[in-house]
Write a protein that binds this ligand. Structure first.
Ligand code: FPP
Length: 227
C-alpha cells in the first residue's frame, strides 16, 4: 500500500494522515474485492523493515489498526470476511494485539473473502521460519519438498490454505518486490501503477483485474495454442 507518505506530503499533512487516507482506500478495496467474488486478498500493512521509521509514525500505524477494528468489524462480519495475519504481530503494542485478536476471533468462522494482512511481515523471514520449523520436526533432508516449505509459511498454515497470488499490484511507481510474499510470488503476474495508494480506487483496481484476466499465464510451460 505504497505512497501514503508522498500523498501526505502532497497534501501538506503529517505522514500519519497519509496512512489514515491509506486505510480508507483499503476499506474500499476490501469491499470491491469481495464484491468481485475474488477469494483471496493480501495487503502489506507493515514490514519487518518499517520499524526503522520514527516512533510517531510507527505508533500512528498501530493506532490505525485499532481504529480499523473498532469501525469496521461489523461490516467485515456482514460481508462474511475471514482474516489471517501474516507476521509476528505479538510484538505490536498490547492495544493493537488485543484488537487484532478480537477481529480474527470474531471472523474466524466466516468463509467469504479471505483477507490476509501482512503485519511485521518479511518474505525472507517467513521462509526462514518455515525451514526452522521443518528442521525442528526432524525432517529427512532427502525427503524435503517445495510443498513442505509452502505448508510451513503463514499462507500454508492459515485456517484456509492460501494459494500463491495470481496478481501482485504495486502502487506509487515503485517497481520492486520489497520482501513481499517472496516464496509465493514465483509465478505471480505483476502490475504497477503510479497512483499513490490513498488515491487507488476500486475503478482502477477493477480495470487491472480485467487486464489481468486477459494475460496468458504459462508457468514456464508453453501456450495452449502453441502446443
Ligand atoms: C507505505 O507507504 C505504507 C505503510 C508502511 C503503512 C500502510 C498502513 C496502512 C494503510 C494502515 C493499515 C491498517 C490496517 C488495519 C492493516 P509509505 O509510507 O512507504 O509511502 P511513501 O513511499 O510515499 O513514503
Amino acid at each position: 500500500m505504497d505512497g501514503n507518505g508522498r500523498w501526505a506530503k502532497a497534501h501538506g499533512v503529517p505522514r500519519v494522515m497519509g496512512h489514515n487516507a491509506g486505510m480508507q482506500a483499503m476499506k474500499k478495496i476490501v469491499i470491491a474485492t469481495s464484491n468481485m467474488g475474488i477469494k483471496y486478498l493480501t495487503v502489506y500493512a507493515f514490514s519487518t523493515e518499517n520499524w526503522k521509521r520514527s516512533t510517531e509514525e510507527v505508533s500512528g500505524i498501530f493506532n490505525l489498526i485499532v481504529k480499523y477494528v473498532n469501525s469496521e468489524l461489523e461490516e467485515l462480519d456482514e460481508n462474511n470476511v475471514h482474516i489471517n495475519i501474516f507476521g509476528e504481530y505479538d510484538m505490536l503494542p498490547k492495544a493493537s494485539v488485543d484488537a487484532i485478536n478480537k477481529m480474527v476471533g470474531r471472523l474466524a468462522d466466516n468463509d467469504g473473502l479471505v483477507f490476509n494482512i501482512a503485519l511485521n511481515y518479511g518474505g525472507r523471514d517467513e521462509i526462514l521460519r518455515s525451514v526452522k520449523e521443518i528442521v525442528a520436526e526432524g525432517k529427512d533432508p532427502d525427503e524435503l519438498t517445495e510443498d513442505d516449505i509452502s505448508k510451513h509459511l503463514y499462507s500454508g498454515s492459515a485456517h484456509f490454505d492460501v494459494p500463491d497470488p495470481d496478481l501482485i499490484i504495486r502502487t506509487s511507481g515503485e517497481e520492486r518486490m520489497s520482501n513481499f510474499l517472496t516464496w509465493q510470488a514465483a509465478y505471480s503476474e505483476l502490475m504497477f501503477t503510479d497512483t499513490l495508494w490513498p488515491d487507488f480506487a476500486p475503478e482502477e483496481y477493477t480495470e487491472m483485474i480485467e487486464a489481468y484476466s486477459n494475460r496468458d499465464r504459462r508457468f514456464g510451460g508453453r501456450k495452449e495454442a502453441d502446443k
